[in-house]
Design a protein around this ligand. Structure first.
Ligand code: FPP
Length: 243
């Protein structure tokens, strides 16, 4: 996006990405599905870097859902390996990432996740915690209903302990127990790969999000495609329930 266009737009503060189409991209090339995820991981890198360049406050990437464990074991293993490589690379490129200003956050249930991965995420989160560039939420073992259920459980525990009065529980309380606590709700959610559904992604946070669906498969998604989605978003009239 050129400087002039960029300066004329009110950009989304938070963008969510449903990175769909890796498998089809690979199959169309006679490759293993895992190769599609590998290509998708490169696009995740370029798009998160571009979000930082644009000055987007938060970007959430749906990398692995609570339902994705049902996939063949070799595909699940390939994805776990990719996440590990990403985290190791983030450590190796700490200086570069610091310059970009990434604040990396894990969004998901750490239960039944490989221990090594959980601790790598923990290190990455801690090391990047004071960065003021784009917050990159990597949603792994993530499900929106599970996220809300966990929040309800934590709030109920606090109510039972007398730390919060039941009548004081409001929408902000719930938001503050979600993985995205303290971040703006997504203004824009982009799904690649031709399907038009939300698939349990940020279901609480997306109450007023604008949705952008594209047939482009995630490994083919470029910064130009993101520009198109943002420009489309900027042309919409968001009323948040008002007239
Ligand atoms: C959905 O496409 C995609 C996934 C389940 C995995 C997304 C993960 C990545 C892009 C890797 C991200 C990497 C890091 C490091 C965060 P699909 O496999 O369901 O595609 P299909 O609908 O064509 O089968």
């Amino acid at each position: 996006m050129d400087e002039k266009t960029l300066n004329s737009l009110i950009l989304p503060r938070h963008i969510g990405f449903i990175m769909d189409g890796n498998g089809r991209w690979a199959t169309a090339r006679g490759l293993e599905r895992a190769q599609g995820h590998k290509a998708g991981a490169q696009v995740f890198r370029s798009i998160s870097t571009y979000c930082a360049k644009l000055g987007i406050e938060s970007a959430t990437f749906y990398a692995f859902s609570t339902e994705n464990w049902k996939r063949p074991e070799n595909e699940v293993n390939a994805l776990m390996k990719l996440f590990k490589e990403f985290l190791e690379e983030a450590q190796a490129r700490e200086e570069e990432n610091e310059e970009i200003g990434f604040h990396i956050k894990f969004a998901g249930d750490t239960a039944n996740m490989p221990e090594e991965l959980v601790s790598l995420f923990d290190i990455c989160e801690k090391r990047s915690a004071d960065k003021t560039g784009t917050t990159v939420n990597v949603a792994v073992n993530y499900g929106g209903r599970a996220e809300i259920t966990n929040a309800v459980r934590s709030i109920a525990r606090k109510a039972l302990n007398g730390e919060i009065a039941v009548d004081d529980i409001d929408e902000n309380t719930v938001s503050s127990f979600l993985y995205t606590a303290g971040q703006p709700d997504p203004d824009l959610i982009i799904r690649t790969g031709g399907e038009s559904r939300i698939s349990n992604f940020l279901i609480w946070q997306s109450a007023y999000s604008e949705f952008y669906f594209t047939d482009v498969l995630w490994p083919d998604f470029t910064t130009d495609d993101l520009d198109r989605a943002i420009i489309d978003f900027c042309s919409r009239n968001r009323r948040f329930g008002a007239v």
